[in-house]
Design a protein around this ligand. Structure first.
Ligand SMILES: [Mg+2]
Length: 273
């Protein structure tokens, strides 16, 4: 990164390099991008799904949803609502429509209670029986050493729960959660792709073409979100869907698991056979 001549910030303190420039009012988006950009230019934006892609949640969060629902509506949460690949906003909306009809306006209240319960119970994914899936941490590490690959999260989880999961499995160091997209505000997963890409472009000062954006997920809804956003999709059959089902959904590459980190890297770079 080229150093700039000494300049002054808004409170008149001399600063001597771009690295010491801190968040001040005169800092432009371009300044921020220069300050935070990796030394290798960004080439790829990899957006990882969490549940059954990087980790087995073992019901983590689900018990807090049930508890919060009961506390708020004095009814048991319906048990026949699909969770796979959907955003928490969509899931909680369905739960309310089915289990507490007429109370749809209380979605935000329910979200707040779910997240607060997870935090208050000081739950840790691993203590709860969850775990990183085999090869997940090695794959994250492999992509991080390649250079030019920004890794983040695209998950339907509520942000506060997603962050706890990422921390629990020791994946925080590999993932730039500043540009992550979570399921607090949107029901459609493809909308999350646009949010993450916009955040990454603002932070890194790089426009990612569709082929430079890669979603990695375990459900046809992950694949659909990627394709709707013009991005590449890597399917991983870590959850309830097979390699064949993920390929049929349109995955650019479908893998049985995360054990072959070189295959994952080649898939991200588009050099797989
Ligand atoms: Mg998933």
């Amino acid at each position: 990164m080229a150093l700039r001549a000494p300049s002054r910030n808004t409170v008149g303190v001399a600063i001597d390099s771009a690295e010491t420039l801190i968040g001040i009012h005169e800092e432009t988006e371009s300044d921020i991008a220069q300050r935070t950009a990796p030394r290798t230019p960004a080439r790829k934006l990899v957006l990882w799904d969490l549940d059954y892609t990087l980790l087995d949640p073992a019901g983590f969060g689900h018990s807090s949803i049930d508890l919060a629902f009961k506390r708020l509506f004095s009814e048991d949460a319906p048990t026949d609502i699909s969770f796979a690949g959907r955003t928490d906003r969509a899931i909680l909306g369905d739960l309310i429509r089915k289990g507490a009809p007429g109370q749809e306006a209380r979605q935000d209240e329910l979200q707040e209670l779910v997240a607060a319960l997870v935090e208050q119970r000081n739950e840790n994914l691993v203590e709860h029986g969850g775990r990183a899936l085999p090869g997940a941490l090695r794959a994250l590490e492999r992509l991080s050493t390649e250079g030019g690959i920004i890794q983040s999260v695209l998950s339907g989880n509520l942000r506060r729960i997603g962050r706890i999961k990422v921390d629990s499995i020791g994946a925080s160091a590999y993932l730039d959660l500043d540009v992550a997209a979570f399921g607090d505000h949107h029901e459609i997963r493809a909308d999350l792709v646009r949010i993450a890409v916009a955040a990454a472009e603002a932070k890194y000062g790089h426009v990612f073409g569709g082929q430079d954006i890669v979603l990695i997920g375990d459900t046809p809804l992950d694949i659909e979100a990627a394709l709707n956003a013009g991005a590449n999709a890597i399917g991983v059959a870590n959850g309830g869907f097979s390699v064949a089902e993920l390929a049929a959904a349109g995955a650019t590459v479908a893998l049985p698991d995360l054990l072959d980190s070189e295959a994952i890297l080649a898939s991200v770079l588009g050099t797989h056979r």
